[in-house]
Design a protein around this ligand. Sequence first.
Ligand SMILES: Nc1ncnc2c1ncn2[C@@H]1O[C@H](COP(=O)(O)OP(=O)(O)OP(=O)(O)O)[C@@H](O)[C@H]1O
Ligand SMILES: [Mg+2]
Length: 339
Amino acid sequence: MARGLALVILIGLVAGLIVRIVVRPIRVAADTSEKLAAGQLEVRIPERGEDVISTLARSFNGMADSMQSQITQLAELSQVQQRFVSDVSHELRTPLTTIRLAGDVLYDQRESFPPATGRTAELLHTQTERFELLLSDLLEISRFDAGSAHLDTEPTNLVRLAEDAIDQMQSLAEKAGSQLRLVAPGGYFEAEVDGRRIRRIVRNLLGNAIEHGEGKPIVVSVDSDQHAVALSVRDYGSGMSEAEAERVFDRFWRADPSRKRTIGGTGLGLAISLEDATLHGGALEVWSRPGAGSCFRLTLPRVQSEPVGESPLPLQPQDAFGPAPAVAELRPPAGVDHA
Ligand SMILES: Nc1ncnc2c1ncn2[C@@H]1O[C@H](COP(=O)(O)OP(=O)(O)OP(=O)(O)O)[C@@H](O)[C@H]1O
Ligand SMILES: [Mg+2]
């Protein structure tokens, strides 16, 4: 009996010792690596004695040291690059303004030049315009990278905003042969958003839809629920493969860089749109199939810093693989369908 008790106590002591020597340090190591993985780069395992566990702690800490210094180095390098882009863009603004003014003078007098020179003045004019657009996009991107982009929110009616954007793009759509239609079945359309940023997103989505819509109709839908407002732009044009759709928000990415463009064309539009949506705590997503067209959906919280939850609009359109709606269904072009 007494021997049995002694054995139990002995087993207990040995188990306690094993916990002290082996299990506890492993737990500390596990906690420390979790903290490291969560971004607390300065945490280390306490190093005591010369046993195997301490050797393990030392090499773990060595690994953490080298990781921390490499991450710091990379972060510094990335900051230098961001500052470089921002500085170059700012520096280019002054000479570009001068070129623009001189170009405008030549452009205004192009009729009086011999045809070849007149054509050169026109070329200078359009390319300077593109250059200015690219530069303002670059400045905007560098503001996002520097974390200095801020929201200037006010209660905004998304349907009215969509109507204005459609009006602005109407002539471009007509030139491409596309009808623009707005579908807004009713609900809470007011949301606390930065109107300038959201207008820019919608204009870019419409511009892209017109550019790639192959003259087929384009449907803008707006819907909302208690928590979120959503706006989607659906076209029935060329569409994209899965691999292309995955890259669509990458900076400077264009499916076909050699394609002749009627508007824009730097490949920064959707990258900026995504940053703008994220700044609102919202989302910008894409559905696309080759030959069936694309649908871009923007979802925004109705009140800042509140979670969006599920979007009030589907990402995959109900007519995903059906034909484009007949033009007759689309009149009046910018009519609002209230259910
Ligand atoms: N609705 C669409 N249908 C098919 N392809 C699209 C559509 N929208 C975007 N894309 C593809 O994604 C690319 C990137 O679009 P994004 O708006 O970022 O740049 P962009 O329109 O080329 O130039 P910009 O900077 O002037 O907007 C486009 O060049 C095009 O290849
Ligand atoms: Mg674009």
